[in-house]
Design a protein. Structure first.
Lengths: 275, 370
């Protein structure tokens, strides 16, 4: 009897503990969402908001952002740099993963660690290094410079996701294609790519998210012309505190959620497919 | 096999080592004739797949030359060899339908869509899978996938087809059915097939010739009957069917026969391989050739035997005996009226003809590592 009720208490305690951890992790993010609809230019909940008065809520800050040329410019920059870096990172990362999946390749693990090192190196160090290196090459404060920097940060994600997908890939399929007369390019396009596509796409999404979020290298390498959304938020918080930032943040949260759902969906599809 | 045949594939002094230390295929010489069904048979790890992969071009020999149609193929990549390959796990493209799998090699060759459709239909007819073009490999049974894999290896009409244990994953009945099918297709198309298996019955049932592999070497290449009737080495005698082996020393040679002392008694046996007085040899006798309690004087070899046990196996009885001091000597006698004459523990006479006992080279240390 008492053992049973202790089990109940234990379970409730466990649930409470998990909820607390969950809340701790998400509250700072979740609190932003309602605040972004604040009619007043404050970062705090007004009395009207707390009593759920519809008058206390508005889309005011969303409109501000949508009409502000600086924010629009930042969005355009983020998209251009994000897409370009993603395209490069995906192509390079996929090629690297294909090469690294060949057991005959010498120095595989060394090459692998080098390739994914940008993931474990503190980004401030990479960014500082890139700053000096790119300045010498004339790449600092240019779009190509920023695109290359984000490519370096995004490539490891592609290498990892594609390598994971390739581990379930039957190497006899490549051999079969060769025995049927197909060259390497056709084999890649018709046999390998369709089968590793889920890995390639989720890698690309991670690479894009990395570039889209990234502020440190932008601070170092980006000039005024290359302000991305996170960089603009950084400036906004320091210079002109306004809930417009919260509106942008909410949009970014929604966007990130969408990416995560897509990645998860791809992962399940990839798993469900017979190898 | 009477007309003089053209050599299609030739291995000449081919050796292979993956790591530079252990030799997986050792100094291999082998010719495969046009239109022949040749099987590489041997235990696991004996180097069969390695040979096939070198022929297909996925592995390069460490030394030696492989020729296809008289041409050395050392520098020819797999895709230019025009060889159909059936992989053990089928290796069908899972994201393509059966029809797309079969069209793939034809598209690569730039064939017209109409012609492709015709060829695909023909290939599916050949393997009796008409009407399954639209299915994905995942929607087919194991036997059907196997047929698709065979069809894909044949659809571009290669002159040479390699098959690596293609029936390994099928259950027994389907296996036997497919053995027959593969043989039928091969005969009909007249293609050369190099087939790999570790199942000796499969090798016997399908092949024109069988090459018995052990530790990267060919022990013997011969048609199935010859392999069964005239094994030249102990390994082959033990690997193909059952055999009793009596180990002894040659004490006399007379023409095609020699006398071998085994456990103090003299066995007369047919000399399949050359031997001289004093050589250590094995005498192999098939269990079904041993007569139990024969009329005296009927056989060239007759000995006393103690029956250790008798196993009833339906159509025959299996007697385990001790003969010439050698235990586990097996005799198979048909289950016919009168078999009740022998009982466990009996002492009987056993006999076999002079030609049913065969002198072989024993497996010396030389066969093993080097
Ligand atoms: N890619 C490889 N790298 C290193 N060693 C290998 C490789 N492939 C095979 N081997 C080794 O070579 C030897 C022969 O292998 P192989 O696959 O040719 O044997 P097999 O006769 O086909 O055996 P099975 O009947 O088990 O398929 C084995 O000892 C195996 O471990
Ligand atoms: Mg094998």
């Amino acid at each position: 009897m008492s053992g049973n009720s202790w089990g109940r208490v234990g379970r409730l305690g466990y649930l409470a503990y998990c909820s607390a951890v969950f809340l701790f992790l998400t509250a700072p993010i979740l609190v932003i969402v309602p605040l972004s609809f604040n009619v007043e230019p404050y970062f705090t909940f007004t009395e009207g908001m707390l009593s759920l008065d519809p008058q206390a809520y508005s889309l005011r800050w969303y409109r501000t952002v949508a009409e502000d040329p600086q924010w629009l410019r930042a969005l355009a920059n983020s998209l251009v740099i994000g897409f370009a870096a993603t395209a490069l990172a995906t192509a390079l990362g996929t090629l690297a993963a294909l090469g690294l999946s060949n057991p005959a390749m010498p120095g595989r693990s060394l090459a692998m660690s080098l390739l994914i090192s940008p993931m474990v190196t503190p980004v401030i160090i990479s960014a500082a290094g890139m700053f000096f290196f790119y300045s010498d090459l004339g790449l600092a404060q240019t779009y190509p410079g920023l695109i290359l920097a984000h490519t370096a940060l995004g490539t490891p994600f592609v290498v990892i996701t594609v390598t994971a997908t390739l581990s379930g890939f039957d190497p006899n399929l490549t051999r079969a294609a060769a025995s049927l007369g197909a060259g390497p390019v056709r084999t890649f396009r018709r046999v390998q790519l369709p089968l590793i596509a889920p890995g390639v796409i989720s890698g690309a999404l991670f690479a894009f998210a990395t570039s889209f979020d990234e502020v440190v290298t932008v601070l170092f390498i980006g000039g005024l012309d290359q302000r991305t959304i996170p960089r603009q938020m950084w400036a906004g918080i320091r210079e002109q505190i306004s809930p417009a930032i919260l509106a942008v943040a909410t949009v970014l949260i929604a966007f990130a959620l969408l990416l995560m759902v897509v990645v998860e969906w791809l992962r399940r599809r990839g798993n469900a497919k017979p190898a | 096999m009477d007309s003089p045949q053209k050599v299609h594939v030739e291995f000449e002094g081919v050796s292979k080592s993956y790591d530079g230390r252990t030799v997986v295929v050792r100094d291999l010489d082998l010719a495969v004739y046009e239109g022949e069904f040749l099987t590489l048979l041997g235990p696991s790890g004996s180097g069969k797949t390695t040979c096939l992969m070198m022929l297909a071009g996925f592995q390069t020999p460490t030394s030696g030359t492989i020729r296809i149609g008289g041409r050395a193929v050392d520098d020819l990549p797999p895709r230019k060899r025009d060889i159909g390959v059936v992989f053990q796990n089928y290796a069908l493209f899972p994201h393509m339908t059966v029809g797309e799998n079969l069209s793939f090699p034809l598209e690569v060759r730039g064939m017209e869509p109409r012609q492709i459709r015709e060829r695909v239909r023909g290939a599916l007819e050949l393997v009796r899978l008409e009407g399954l073009e639209g299915r994905r490999p995942g929607e087919l049974s194991g036997g059907q996938q196997q047929r698709v894999a065979i069809a894909r290896a044949l659809v571009f009409e290669p002159a040479l087809v390699l098959m690596d244990e293609p029936l390994g994953a099928l259950d027994r009945r389907l296996r036997e059915e497919m053995q027959y099918e593969v043989r039928r297709i091969q005969r009909r198309l007249g293609v050369t097939v190099v087939y790999v298996t570790h199942d000796q019955q499969e090798a016997m049932a399908m092949s024109d010739r069988v090459a018995v592999f052990q530790r990267g070497r060919i022990e013997q290449v011969a048609p199935p009957e010859a392999l069964y009737e005239e094994p030249q080495r102990e390994f082959v005698a033990r690997f193909i069917g059952d055999n009793n082996l009596l180990r002894g020393k040659v004490v006399g040679v007379e023409g095609d026969f020699c006398r071998v002392e085994v456990g103090g008694q003299i066995v007369t046996a047919f000399r399949v391989v050359p031997c001289e007085v004093g050589d250590p040899v094995s005498v192999a006798i098939r269990p079904e050739r041993v007569a139990v309690a024969p009329e005296p004087g009927l056989y060239g070899n007759e000995f006393d035997a103690g029956i250790d046990d008798i196993t009833f196996l339906g159509d025959h009885l299996r007697l385990r005996m001790t003969v010439c001091d050698t235990p586990d000597f097996i005799a198979k006698i048909p289950n016919i009226v009168g078999h009740g004459a022998v009982l466990e523990g009996d002492r009987v006479r056993v006999g076999w003809t002079l030609t049913d006992g065969r002198v072989l080279e024993p497996d010396g240390p030389e066969t093993g590592s080097k």
